[in-house]
Design a binder for this molecule. Structure first.
Ligand code: NBP
Length: 468
């Protein structure tokens, strides 16, 4: 008897995905470098369809051919090591699925390297954290399409559902699935930062209590902003610690990063994409880490002398809501624009409507408004920027004034809102038909003879600027 699929890596993600797969009637072989983790699963989860293996050869030999092996190990060297160990036991046509957060360029390299051995490699972004892995994640697979079609029934069965649709869709060739996951994670950074800045304005400008803010998020979750991140924020703000204190007030204000957000920003630089909100979200986490410097600076550097006064509290709360929604839209516009640029560069032929569809459940950025992105790209997959599509342009025109008021009020209060500020700056830059870059070009030509073009004449020009 041979098993349907094997999973390597029995940390939280691999374990929960294994339980999810087994709960759908598949037999699963499991392996982990450290045997205790494998033993733990067998002892603690009474599931006859999960079979433990303590050697790679035994694990590989236990699988039906062509073998399907899901890797859920740490990205980077650990993934390369385990692929190398597997390779000597695999046969032509076998399929390795890397469900970890691998860098897409590593996935491209692994894909073409394994092709030499006739081993199929699927780079699958998997989002939803440990809960999603157990009950239904969003899955973004890239690689060979016929290999994907072979493993599709298993992956489809474990993916999150929205109605009768599964949150999985073939993304495209080689590293495209992991690229989409990287941008997804970047978008997640900006969503979280926009929510945190909203919380900061409610807390430090309106002086509301955590309970009040939780109630506001609860109301927001009923409308346009309905999303997983708003829901968990509402819950976080109500949570008490064992002493009855608001837990949020006891949590140190230093946020970590794990890599995918930074990758998205580095890729933006490589592609010359203005991914300003995500980048500013990553920088905001870096500033958060400078706690000692911030404490020092708070005693040295002055803030605004006079606060403007918010006369109407409920009106300001509604303005923050509208600004948060527009900020989110601008961030997604940038993220999808980067996807489109990468798709052209790597010839991936991405279908943005399908990508937005699989983000609608299972993953961290799941949100009602993704339906609007699905519609926008279904109507036109070549849309240059979501802000130009009918629904989003109408919304941007409706909320842009509010966003600038909220940014201006917060600046006057001295409350930091770096991503809201980036949102309105990008918005204004994007809608400016005559920018100040003429001066930049002149400066470049002045000191470096970089040349410039003119509106009124064809050709490329250089001026001897120092002669009058
Ligand atoms: P970790 O990312 O913490 O990785 C731990 C696993 O990698 C363990 O099974 C460990 O084995 C194995 N491993 C390491 Br470390 N080095 C190894 C090596 N040289 N050879 C073989 N195995 C090795 O686990 P995770 O949080 O479950 O995440 C798994 C993957 O899924 C990662 O790529 C992660 O980025 C991605 N992911 C995580 C989340 C999340 O919410 N945690 C969400 C989405 C995707 P050991 O037990 O012997 O040390």
């Amino acid at each position: 008897f041979k098993n349907d699929i094997g999973v390597i890596g029995m940390a939280v993600m691999g374990r929960n995905l294994t339980l999810n797969i087994a709960s759908h009637g598949y037999t699963v072989s499991i392996f982990n470098r450290t045997p205790q983790k494998t033993e733990y699963i067998i002892k603690n989860f009474d599931n006859k369809t999960i079979l433990p293996f303590f050697s790679i050869s035994g694990f590989v030999n236990s699988l039906k051919k062509p073998r399907c092996i899901l890797l859920m190990v740490q990205s980077g060297k650990a993934t390369d090591n385990i692929i190398l160990k597997l390779l000597s036991y695999l046969s032509s046509g076998d399929i390795i699925i890397d469900g970890g957060n691998s860098f897409y360029k590593d996935t491209i390299r692994r894909y073409y390297n394994l092709l030499k051995y006739n081993v199929n490699f699927i780079g699958a972004g998997i989002s939803g954290g440990e809960y999603g892995a157990l009950y239904g994640p969003s899955i973004m697979p890239g690689g060979n399409k016929s290999a994907y079609n072979f493993i599709k029934p298993i992956l489809k069965s474990i993916a999150a559902k929205i109605g009768n649709e599964s949150c999985i869709s073939y993304i495209g060739p080689d590293g495209s699935g992991h690229y989409v996951k990287m941008v997804h994670n970047g978008i997640e950074y900006a969503d979280m930062q926009l929510i945190a800045e909203s919380y900061s304005m409610l807390r430090h400008i309106l002086n509301l209590s955590n309970q009040d803010i939780s109630d506001i998020f609860s109301q927001w979750n009923q409308g346009e902003l309905n999303s997983y991140l708003i829901k968990i924020t509402k819950n976080i703000l109500k949570k008490k610690d064992s002493n009855g204190n608001d837990l949020i007030d006891c949590i140190l204000d230093q946020a970590d990063t794990k890599g995918t957000g930074e990758w998205a920003c580095k890729e933006a630089l490589e592609l010359h994409e203005p991914l300003t909100l995500i980048t500013m979200s990553v920088f905001s986490r870096y500033i958060s880490v400078l706690k000692l410097q911030r404490i020092l600076a708070s005693n040295i550097l002055l803030g605004p002398r006079n606060h403007c006064i918010i006369h109407n509290q409920s009106e300001f709360i509604e303005k923050i809501r509208q600004s948060l929604y527009l900020g989110k839209i601008i961030s997604y516009s940038q993220g999808f624009s980067q996807l489109s640029h990468a798709s052209q560069k790597y010839h991936w032929n991405l279908k943005y409507s399908n990508i937005a569809k699989i983000f609608r459940s299972g993953c961290i950025i799941q949100a009602r408004f993704l339906n609007k992105i699905v519609e926008a790209y279904k109507y036109d997959n070549t849309t240059m920027n979501l802000l130009l599509s009918p629904y989003f342009q109408e919304l941007a025109n409706k909320y842009q004034n509010t966003l600038r008021q909220v940014v201006s009020d917060s600046i006057q209060y001295g409350v930091a809102i770096p991503v809201f500020s980036s949102a309105i700056s990008y918005y204004d830059s994007y809608r400016t038909s005559f920018s100040s870059a003429n001066l930049i070009q002149a400066q470049r030509d002045y000191f470096g003879a970089h040349t410039y073009k003119r509106y009124d004449q064809d050709g490329v020009f250089h001026t001897n600027w120092s002669s009058y």
